[in-house]
Design a protein around this ligand. Structure first.
Ligand SMILES: [Zn+2]
Length: 267
């Protein structure tokens, strides 16, 4: 996005969120926005963390920009994050974009966490703290989803049709995001149970985990609102629906009853 576009988007966020929500959003932006050196492939992915039980988490990249994310125990690899991806997928870093032919969309997202379906790559951000492992698991979760089919608007699409199409699209997008977080949680639990590696050790409690999910969904909601909803003719009521779609506590089953909502309560 251009600098001007970015300013406009920021203005939108400022006008449509407030209080704690806005603070969380700002903090998450600082955390998630990659440093320029990483984005440009000058700073390489190279993060090592020792868990309390002595297991070592390592995220590195090779000279082609493929990333390797593993956990070692006494010098032996006990977890390779490649195992968590759908077959054919690999992890990559912005350096990949320098050593391979790349497209505009990927270049614009360089440095962030995202899945590139055509290239079957999971791009990872600038992993700097053990908290970031959650984001890696989330993207891995996306590789197990089918590609989202986006219908193009017909040339003479009515406002109503367009509104309906965008509404469906946003609802599906929200579902996929919540699903990827759910998969990430499930994966972390299975790894803890089966391999005795606590990937979420750095989170104080379940409330802290929920906050990460909430902030991620909030960012998506604001982006969708900004790009899609603003450009269409959604009513106040529709806007309320979108807010709820991405709202806190909605990342579990599609309903509001969430068996895991025993963490600390926001509000
Ligand atoms: Zn996602």
């Amino acid at each position: 996005m251009s600098q001007k576009g970015l300013e406009k988007a920021e203005k939108y966020v400022g006008e449509h969120t407030s209080g704690e929500e806005l603070e969380l959003y700002k903090r998450s932006k600082e955390m998630l926005l990659p440093r320029d050196e990483y984005k440009e492939g000058k700073l390489k992915l190279d993060f090592v963390h020792t868990f309390q039980n002595g297991d070592i988490f390592k995220a590195t990249e090779d000279n082609e920009g493929f990333a390797k994310i593993i956990v070692e125990r006494q010098g032996e690899k006990v977890l390779d994050f490649d195992e968590l991806l759908t077959e054919g997928y690999r992890f990559a870093t912005p350096s990949y974009l320098k050593t391979h032919e790349s497209d505009k969309a990927a270049t614009e997202l360089a440095g962030r966490y995202f899945v590139h379906r055509d290239k079957q790559l999971v791009f990872v951000g600038n992993i700097r703290t053990p908290d970031d492992i959650f984001a890696v698991l989330h993207e891995a979760g996306h590789t197990h989803q089918k590609r989202q089919e986006l219908k193009n608007g017909r040339p003479r699409e009515s406002v109503d049709d367009r509104t309906k199409r965008l509404k469906d699209e946003i609802a599906e997008f929200s579902r996929r995001e919540r699903d990827a977080w759910k998969v990430a949680l499930k994966t972390a639990r299975a790894i803890k149970r089966e391999r005795h590696i606590d990937l979420f050790e750095s989170y104080k409690n379940f409330g802290a985990i929920k906050r990460v999910i909430y902030v991620a969904l909030l960012s998506h909601r604001l982006a969708k609102e900004y790009f899609k909803v603003e450009a269409s003719e959604f009513s106040e009521e529709d806007m309320k629906i979108f807010k709820d779609l991405f709202d806190k506590g909605k990342f579990g089953k599609s309903g509001s009853k969430n068996p895991e909502s025993n963490g600390e309560k926001k509000n």
